[in-house]
Each structure stands twice: as C-alpha cells, then as structure tokens.
Design a protein around this ligand. Structure first.
Ligand SMILES: *Cc1c(COP(=O)(O)O)cnc(C)c1O
Length: 355
C-alpha cells in the first residue's frame, strides 16, 4: 500500500482556539470586542434568500468599488478575498515563484512558513533585533520575495515607512507584501508608497478593526498590473471565493466610516490604559500599535500564567516557540473585560512575586 507516498503532507497552521464558555473573556485571537457597524445588521436583514440561487459576482464589484472609493485608488487596484488569509495565500501562489527563498522575520505571523511549505516555496527567516525590530539590511540579499506584517504580529511593533521603503527599494525584482492586518489601530499605512513602487502589495482585513472576523473579508491593494496577476491566479483556482452575503455586508461596513473610526479609537484608548496597568504589574512589552500587547514578566513564567488565566476563564495566546516562549499575546477587549483581567493579574502576579 504505497498510496500515502504520493500524498501532499503538510503541517497545518494552528489557529487560536475558539472556546465558547459562559462568562469567558476571550483575548486570544485579536477579534474586535465591539459589534460591527450598525449598517451591517441592516444589510443582513435586507438579504433575500432568493438571491442565493445565483452565483455571486465573481469580481465582487460593489465591495471592490466601495474599497476603491474609501482608499482613493482605482477599482482595478483592489483584490478581495475570503479573509486576508485567502488573499495572502493567493499572493504567495502568484508572486513567490522565482525558486529563490522568500524572506520574512523569524518572529511573525505563523501562517507564512505554512504557506511557503504548502506551495513549496523556499524561505529564509531574518531575525528581529533584540528590540523586536526588523533590520532592513537583512532584506538586501538575493531573494524570491519579501513579506512582513506592519505592525508586526505578535509583537505589535510598527516599523517606520523609511525602513519599509528601504526594503521595497532594495528589491525591485520581487514583490514585497506588507500585511497590514493591524494598521488601523494607529500605525501608518504603506499605501502612499504605491505611487512610487510597482512591486508593493498592501494587504488588509475586516477581521480585526472592522469587527467582522466571522464574515471572512480581506483585500489587497497594489498597482493594476500586480492585481491582474493576482486575479488570474484566483480565477484559475476558484471563481467564486467570496460569497454573496459577505459582499453585501462588507460594502455596508466600508460605508460607515464614523463608527469604524470611533470603535478603533476606543480600542486604542483601552490599549494605552492596559499598557499603564501592565507596567504597574511589572510586565514588559514592546510598544504596541496593534489591538494586542505582547507581554512578559520577569517573575512569572508565561506558560504558568497562561494556564492560570485559562483556569480563570480568561483566554490569551501563548506559543511554546524559540524567542517567544516567555510571552503572552493579550488582545485588547472591552474596558470591563480588561478590568477583570487586571483584577486577576493583580492577585496572581503579586502572590507569585511575594512567594
Ligand atoms: C489575523 C491576521 C491575518 C488574517 O486575518 P483574516 O481573518 O484571514 O483576514 C493576516 N495577517 C496577520 C498578521 C494577522 O494577524
């Protein structure tokens, strides 16, 4: 029985758990703690099941147009997909095809190496410096493409546009993907660099700042030539990636800018207050520009704290991996949720510190 020799074998990405326990505080997958824009509920109510009879618009034209209007680009510069994971997977397939290793940070979104192995793209990781920053010079070696999140995950650190431009400029022969899953929480977007560089692709998502992880909507913006290559691969894979309800609901969400800005501001305010409280509890963390904080404590091992929090029905993210095994990634929840976290930490951390 040799058929198994001919099977593609991969080690899949491990998503954060999605527990559903009464009274739980879920700070483990960077979802938005507030509901989506009110117009989203309206758009769902307006859906007619009769419309499900037909295939959806394969180009998602309405949503594409709404995003083009919002970001002041041409519709031909926008590509939408089923969450940014879908968009990123398509981008890996499309743009990382040179045979040379692609480059990304050693501490970063843990899906990148999974896609690289799935698509048999050679890759090489570049160590972040001791302050968790990207070193631009690491990306000035022959390579098959570059990808990194800005702000980075799970550190939350923003890289300057100067650093990013330096990397793009040094790599005119390959595509550089900036994964801006968390950019709405106060970081600067690289979208303005699109005017200068043909080889830049910016990817964003509705899952975090737009409170729609369950709808699975992501998008990429780049120059029209780049987007056309992406579409060609998508249409060689599945014409109808994005379903009809997501297209409708996503369009409604984009049109409610004020709610979006207010919600993001609320989360940023809670994040800054969370930093103060964590500092008082002797935690250390890079200065996050995302909706999470990557924290460690000198006296309380992260794995121990992770399990203790879980017992208390508070879920955060922990990875038993090199360099980051003493850190927890804590998503910013509502004010009330964070208060309950602080209440627990106050007791727990102090009791460990006092032996
Ligand atoms: C959450 C996340 C994504 C994927 O989000 P989707 O829900 O698939 O849109 C992509 N990149 C990073 C860095 C993320 O943290």
């Amino acid at each position: 029985m040799n058929w198994e020799e001919n099977v593609r074998k991969v080690i899949p990405y491990t998503a954060g758990e999605q527990p559903n326990k009464p009274g739980m505080i879920k700070l483990n997958t960077n979802e938005c703690p507030y509901p989506p824009a009110p117009g989203v509920a309206g758009a769902i109510q307006a859906l007619q099941s009769e419309a499900f009879r037909l295939y959806p618009d394969p180009d998602a034209s309405e949503l594409t147009q709404a995003l083009a209007d919002y970001y002041k680009v041409k519709p031909g510069q926008v590509f939408v997909g089923v969450g940014s994971d879908d968009v990123l997977a398509m981008a890996f397939m499309t743009f990382f095809h040179s045979g040379k290793p692609i480059l990304f940070p050693d501490v970063t979104y843990s899906f990148y190496d999974v896609w690289a192995r799935l698509f048999e793209i050679p890759y090489q990781t570049c160590p972040l410096d001791e302050n968790w920053h990207i070193r631009a010079k690491d990306y000035k070696v022959p390579n098959g493409g570059v990808i990194f999140p800005n702000p980075n995950a799970p550190t939350g650190l923003e890289e300057s546009q100067e650093t990013i431009e330096e990397i793009i400029k040094a790599n005119p022969d390959v595509v550089v993907i900036v994964d801006e899953a968390y950019v709405d929480f106060g970081a600067e977007s690289s979208l303005p660099l699109l005017d200068k560089y043909e080889n830049l692709l910016v990817v964003q998502t509705f899952s975090k700042s737009r409170a729609m992880a369950g709808m699975r909507i992501g998008f990429a913006i780049g120059n029209e030539k780049l987007i056309q290559y992406l579409k060609d691969v998508k249409f060689s894979f599945n014409s109808y990636t994005m379903n009809y309800p997501s297209q409708k609901v996503g369009t409604a969400a984009v049109r409610e800018e004020k709610y979006f800005q207010d919600t993001v501001q609320r989360i940023m305010d809670t994040r800054e207050r969370t930093k103060e409280r964590l500092r008082q509890l002797d935690f250390r963390f890079p200065d996050s520009k995302a909706n999470f904080i990557f924290a460690s404590h000198d006296k309380v091992p992260a794995s121990q704290l992770f399990h203790a929090l879980r017992e208390a029905n508070i879920y955060v993210r922990y990875w038993d991996k090199p360099r980051i095994h003493n850190h927890l990634r804590i998503t910013i929840g509502t004010e009330e949720e964070m208060d309950r976290l602080f209440e627990f930490l106050e007791k727990y951390v102090r009791s460990v510190e006092n032996g």
